[in-house]
Design a protein around this ligand. Structure first.
Ligand code: LMR
Length: 394
């Protein structure tokens, strides 16, 4: 059976986890995989999650099946979290999913079922896993311009021009906030202009929101998506709780659909559940149940928000610190964009060879496209890091 298989190419992001672990250098720095770390380099369990898990342990009386949609109260809470308290919930339906990735894949499958071989437009660059995921779902992928490595800014005009020429019915995958891998994001006016274009051209918005609360704030980060929801007749959203609840391995996410009306939304979510039945049947419960307990309890929710805000502000301050250190060490403003970007990542714009030298010569691990995980920055060694970056690039 397996004799014809060739070895799989390791995933470029996940491969770094093993390489970093095996590196014996005590001063190594991990800026690879997108996992939040505190000032001690630890990915701790959030206080509210710990408490919710204890409540779950004490009160859960059965582990019988919940059904294809998973935890319906979790789904409702996620719709409010993402679409906001004033969302038109009659037209929005959600299905719990195994992480944001699971949500992306099942939504991709549903869209391919509706329109076999449809084109999905991805930002250039995008999270590398978007491409195989959408292709495996049966969609054709194409790129729209997004990032200008020379300035660190969004190429908004070029993006609009390309999408303006897309075919009616094409799907446009957008990062709701905290663009991965670049850290460069659309502002409110740009979201609004983009929404108008998508509506005018009959393009279907598909939003991946995996870092809500890591950019400018919980509601601020969903603003673009909410602008779209107010203008577009239909849309799909893949939301992840991996980062903002720090429940990575528990695989907590939600796939959401907004239909033109309640009937269409109900039919669409029913079809989405047929997709999950054919793939993995039902999502895992534990992490979603903990998130639901937090979102339904005022005190726990407030504590979660406070901790999330601490994490966000720490990333903003690390960004400013690194930009300053790079200015000092390089005597230039080449990397000032790091301070203006938002979210967990920034793309430094250095070559793959320079990235390799950082790893080999300095024990600094970043993704090959020069994406750094800002949350992994060592606050007390920013000049050391900036010096190494300048050394490999000069
Ligand atoms: C990342 O981009 O580093 C994370 O989303 C983890 C992953 O699965 O790639």
């Amino acid at each position: 059976m397996f004799e014809t298989l060739q070895p799989a190419q390791p995933d470029k992001i996940l491969a770094l986890i093993g390489m970093y672990r095996e590196d014996p250098r005590p001063d190594k720095i991990d800026l690879g995989v997108g996992v939040y770390k505190d000032e001690h380099g630890k990915t701790v369990i959030m206080r509210a999650v710990r408490e919710a898990e204890q409540r779950l342990y004490q009160t859960q009386s059965t582990k019988t099946y919940l059904g294809l949609a998973g935890d319906v109260a979790f789904n409702a809470a996620m719709v409010t979290l993402v679409f906001g308290a004033n969302a038109d919930t009659k037209r929005i339906r959600a299905c719990q999913a195994p992480g944001g990735s699971g949500a992306l894949r099942i939504l991709g499958e549903l869209l391919a079922k509706v329109r076999p071989g449809a084109t999905v437009w991805l930002s250039d660059p995008t999270w590398p896993n978007h491409v195989p995921m959408m292709k495996a779902a049966g969609l054709v992928t194409r790129d729209y311009p997004y990032f200008d490595p020379a300035t660190g800014a969004v190429r908004f005009d070029a993006m609009m021009e390309t999408l303006g020429a897309a075919k009616a019915g094409d799907i446009v995958l957008l990062h709701g906030c905290c663009h991965n891998p670049t850290g460069a994001n659309l502002d409110r006016e740009q979201w609004s202009a983009l929404a108008d274009l998508l509506v005018a051209r009959g393009l279907f918005p598909f939003v991946d929101i995996a870092y809500q609360g890591f950019g400018d704030g919980l509601d601020e980060d969903a603003e673009g998506l909410r602008i779209l929801a107010a203008k577009a007749p239909e849309m799909a959203v893949a939301a992840s709780c991996s980062k903002n609840f720090s429940v990575y391995r528990d695989r907590v996410g939600a796939a959401m659909l907004m239909g033109r009306n309640e009937t269409e939304a109900n039919v669409a979510v029913g079809q989405l559940q047929s997709v999950t039945r054919g793939m993995y049947s039902m999502p895992p419960d534990h992490g979603a149940a903990a998130v639901r307990i937090i979102l339904e309890d005022d005190a726990l929710r407030a504590d979660w928000l406070a901790e999330l805000e601490t994490m966000r502000l720490r990333m903003v301050s690390l960004r400013e610190g690194l930009a300053e250190a790079l200015r000092r060490q390089s005597n230039s403003d080449r990397y000032d964009f790091v301070a203006h970007h938002r979210g967990m990542f920034s793309r430094l714009g250095i070559s793959p060879e320079e990235v390799e030298r950082l790893r080999v010569e300095h024990g600094i691990y970043i993704v090959g496209d020069s994406r750094i995980n800002v949350a992994g920055l060592p606050g007390d060694r920013l000049d050391y890091l900036a010096k190494a970056i300048v050394a490999v690039t000069s």
